[in-house]
Design a protein around this ligand. Sequence first.
Ligand code: NDP
Length: 475
Amino acid sequence: ELADIGVTGLAVMGANLARNAARKGFRVALNNRSNEKTETLLAEHGQEGSFIGSSTIAEFVASLAKPRVVLIMVKAGKPVDIVIDELLEHMEPEDIIVDGGNSLFEDTRRREKTVSDRGLHFVGMGVSGGEEGALEGPSMMPGGTRQAWDRIAPIFTKMAVSVDGLPCCALMGPDGAGHYVKMVHNGIEYADMQLITEAYDLLRTVYGRSAAEIGEIFAGWKTGDLDSYLIEITAAVLAKQDPQGKGALVDMIRDEAEQKGTGRWTAQSALELGVPITAITEAVFARALSGRPEQRRAAEATLGGMRGGTLEAGQAEIDKIRDALYASKIVAYAQGFEQLTVASKQYNWDLDLGLIATIWRGGCIIRASFLDRIREGYASHPDAQSLLLQEYFSAAVLKAEQAWRDVVVVAVQHGVAVPAFASSLAYYDGLRRTRGPANLLQGLRDYFGAHTYRRTDQEGSFHIRWSQDGTEVKS
Ligand code: NDP
């Protein structure tokens, strides 16, 4: 009997997705560049379902029912192109190649073209939820043709986790849409984690609370508006004792963040598209600064560390930090969704923002009850200009606004950096201005570069002959 789906690339993600599919009752063909991983998977988990092992791509493709569905889970980048080329030698028109790795959406657009030119379908699918999600039910964001989706939907919607009966897997749009949505998901994840880190830093550094105490504070936030996976695991990490017996584990971990690049990609794309995503970008920069410990040590020695002594944190201060975190988080998500809106227009993807919020509710790292509010918001206002203008969120930020300002003031006075809190607030304040200060910018640009300006009272472009008689000319 032939397989329903084939998985090539059996490192942690591929192996777990293959097992997930088999456990859901699908017959799964297995392949990996080196045979060892295939054999290990069959030996250790072969009894979990129906698998067909293979040692060559030809054998692998031959073991699949037509039209064939192959999921590629190899290392992102060049390996994906190598595997696609190999598959194309053996697969036939109407077959479907799905790339489930963290590929850059532009690569996906290019690959989609190559594969569809050969008469096959290409689906670029973002997979979120890490190793555990892959096995137990991830959130999956496929991009491709409707025809390909109709064929693969019965398999992938069954593998994905479901929330309130809705699978966290749906067609996002054509070509690179799925990988783009996954990229922005990761960008939002960067911002979310940075905001959590800033709340922790204030409590730890300015208010002198212990890691365990802060863990309890976060545990208390799990039940309110902030209820989310990231808040839950923050409480767990802060509560963890050092297995080597030196107090709280978090106090023993080096403060140098690493990154794989999806946050950077999100920021790069936002810069290309001209979308202000301050929280995500600050999160990427904060990781970069954290990665320069020598420079930071030298700067602290020369310029001094925190200003002033520690403060007492009563319930009022803790509540304010929670409110600041929530308001900043709303801004970060509003910015991420705006980026999706702009990209959707730019690439003709017709993204459904409510659907995106729906499939992010389970399986993925940013899963949160908050996403239900976003989903409801887009259901009632599909064309809202910003998440911040949807009733629920505008009421929430207005309610948190004073606390948010107070928290940023305390941070600034104590010299403790809160780039994501502060830049979210700056974005919010910039957004609430019918008339901002860019009039002066335009004046300056006209002065040194004759870039012209537009007037508030008349149509057309104007220029001042700055270095001549100072008169205004209409151009
Ligand atoms: P890795 O990214 O570590 O990739 C290892 C796999 O790629 C192995 O199966 C390896 O084969 C194969 N491979 C590497 N180079 C080639 C090549 N030139 N030709 C054929 N096969 C090759 O595996 P992961 O499981 O961690 O991730 C897979 C994908 O999923 C990546 O794109 C990753 O970014 C993404 N992802 C990962 C998550 C995670 O939590 N790890 C979460 C979500 C997405 P061999 O055994 O022969 O070396």
